[in-house]
Each structure stands twice: as C-alpha cells, then as structure tokens.
Design a binder for this molecule. Structure first.
Ligand code: P6P
Length: 333
C-alpha cells in the first residue's frame, strides 16, 4: 500500500472532527479510541478461541496461564476497562449486564453514555462464524435539577445517538462507524495493529437482490411478512431475490450494508416483540443504515424514533435498502 493512503482511524477522526466540529475538544475522538483499543483486544482473543481449545485448557487455566473466560464475558470486561478509564464516560450499559454501570463523574466531565453488545452472535464462535461488537454513543444531557436517574440518561431515542458502529470479526477485522456524517469502514492491519480506512463513505444500494431472515420462523410471522417474502421470491418486485442468513446480526447487516437488500427479524411466536435488542442492536444498526441511505423500521415506523422504556427491550427489526423497506410497509403497515 502506498503510504500516502495509510489513513488510520485516528487520523480520520481528527480530520472529521476538524471538518465538522472545529471547536471540539477532542474528547469524543479520545472516547472512540477506547472502543477501538477494546476491539483489538477482543479480536485477538476471538482469533485464538479455537486454539484455546486445541492448546489444552486445563480447568479454568489455559497454557498461557490465563483464566479462560466465556468470550462474551471477556469482551465485556475489555470494553468496560477501556471505556471506564477514558475519563469522559459517565455511564456504560452492556448486553452482558442487567443494569447500567455509573462511573462516578460529574456531568461536566462525564459527558458520554456508551451502550454496547460486546460480542453479538457469540454462540457462532464454536463453528467459526463471524461475530461482532456493536456500540452506540449518547450524550449525557445537562441536568439542572441534579435528580435525573442514570437510566434516564441511557433510555434516549436512537435519533439522539452521537455515534454508532460495529466491529465484525471475520476473515478480516473491520470497524464500521458513523458520527452522522456518512458511514466509514476500516480494516485492521494486524501487522501494525492499526485500523486503516478501506471503505470511504459506504452507501447502500437503493435496491438489492438478497433477503435475510430465519426461514424456520416464517410460519409464525404475521401474515403480512409471509406475503412480503413470497412477493420477493415471486420476481414481482422486478428482481430475482436470493436468501442469505448467517444468524449473526453484525455479519448479516454488514452484507446488507454493502450489497443492499433487506435483513429482517419480525415478531415470532417465541419473540412477539421481535428478538433483537433496541438499545444496543437495532438503534446503532439503524443509525448506520440511515446514514448509508437505507432505512430501519420496526414494521410500523422508524427504529430511531422509538422511545425506549427499558435497557434490554426487544424490537422487530427490518433494515435495508429503501425499495425493500418501502415494499414491506405496503404489506405490513
Ligand atoms: P436466530 C445472535 O444470537 C443474535 O442475537 C443476532 O446476532 C442474530 O441476528 C440473531 O440472534 C439470530 O437469531 O433466532 O435466527 O438464531
């Protein structure tokens, strides 16, 4: 690679900040670097997951004498450690923790709330399928009364996100993020341990030719979803659709972001409210989709307009190209 193209994520963040927030303090970039550090630590462990077994785990200790933890516990601790030491994070909420963690910072310094799924799809690791880390960054609004509960700082609609992104641990480790000025992709160069820009301004095609859903549930989808999928399969939508489903949200969305089409997890008999979590799956994914020119809905309205009521609440999620979402609304709304 010619070195003049070697744009690291730190350089990109600096340039983005100078372009869009010239008065910014740099605190936000400092916060994001905590996330990128954690994901490098997580990625290293995910890559070695198989080896941990081969190298002989004796009880809870592996050959390096490290305590072998469930990878999602490890990923959670990596994020809590890297973010907790960033100084400007006031509240952290994780898929792994029942309650949000309040880091004792006054509102002047503790400006940010970070919500994350440390290792989404972790059950797929055993079969070497891509997994991912998903994160969402919110501002901790000023509170003149001094009485606002931490959870109220967390339960903000997705439209209030300052930034969102994911890291997909796949054939390469890729970080995709947005701060509201477009979607950018970075690929980790393990030889130098840096995320290098690989996808400038990712935009989702207006229509794709793939749909992504767990067909095993389709008999229990509401009827409008079943008719919609039959419509896509029929060719009446002007395209011959094919089906792709990995069963790991970050991997299924990453493909949809780049190729277009639609990913959907509708209401099912087991998950009448949908399976995916609003705060740390649907909201960050929806922010990225909209920033890339796509759309994300819950079957009625936009995901980003939903007012959360609980940290781990679930929602139906249909996300993808404008055309496929527009068609779905004709069948479901
Ligand atoms: P199902 C993984 O467990 C996950 O939370 C998402 O990553 C994924 O999209 C979904 O569940 C898959 O669910 O019911 O199709 O196995």
């Amino acid at each position: 690679m010619q070195h003049q193209q070697l744009v690291t994520i730190q350089q990109h963040l600096y340039e983005e900040q100078r372009r869009n927030y010239p008065q910014a303090s740099g605190e936000f970039s400092w916060l994001l670097s905590g996330i990128t550090l954690a994901t490098k630590i997580i990625g290293d462990r995910v890559r070695r997951a198989g080896l941990t077994d081969i190298l002989g785990v004796t009880g809870d200790q592996n050959v390096q004498g490290e305590l072998v933890q469930k990878l999602d516990v490890f990923a959670n601790q990596a994020l809590l450690h890297c973010l907790g030491s960033r100084g400007n994070v006031a509240i952290m909420a994780s898929e792994e923790g029942e309650h949000a963690i309040v880091v004792d910072r006054d509102r002047k310094h503790g400006k940010y709330v970070v919500v994350f799924d440390p290792l989404d799809g972790s059950s797929n690791i055993d079969v070497n399928v891509n997994v991912g880390t998903i994160f969402s960054i919110l501002r901790r609004e000023p509170d003149a009364t001094g009485t606002r509960e931490p959870l109220a700082d967390v339960l903000q609609p997705g439209r209030k996100q300052l930034a969102a992104g994911y890291v997909v641990y796949g054939s390469s480790t890729m970080l995709v993020y947005t701060t509201g000025h477009g979607v950018y992709g970075f690929t980790l160069d393990p030889s130098i341990g840096a995320y290098i820009i690989s996808h400038e301004r990712i935009t989702m095609p207006k229509q794709g030719s793939l749909y992504s859903v767990n067909e095993a549930n389709s008999d229990t989808f509401p009827e409008g979803y079943r008719r919609y999928l039959a419509h896509l399969r029929s060719g009446e939508a002007g395209k011959t659709y094919s089906s792709r489903y990995i069963g790991s949200l970050v991997a299924d969305f990453h493909r949809t972001l780049l190729k277009g089409g639609v990913f959907l997890y509708p209401p099912t008999i087991h998950y009448p409210q949908g399976k995916l979590r609003l705060m740390y799956e649907a909201n960050p994914i929806a922010f990225l989709a909209e920033q890339a020119g796509g759309r994300a809905i819950d079957g009625q309205g936009d995901i980003l307009d939903l007012q959360p009521t609980a940290l781990h609440q679930r929602t139906p999620l249909i996300v993808g190209s404008q055309k496929e979402i527009e068609m779905l609304l004709q069948f479901v709304r």
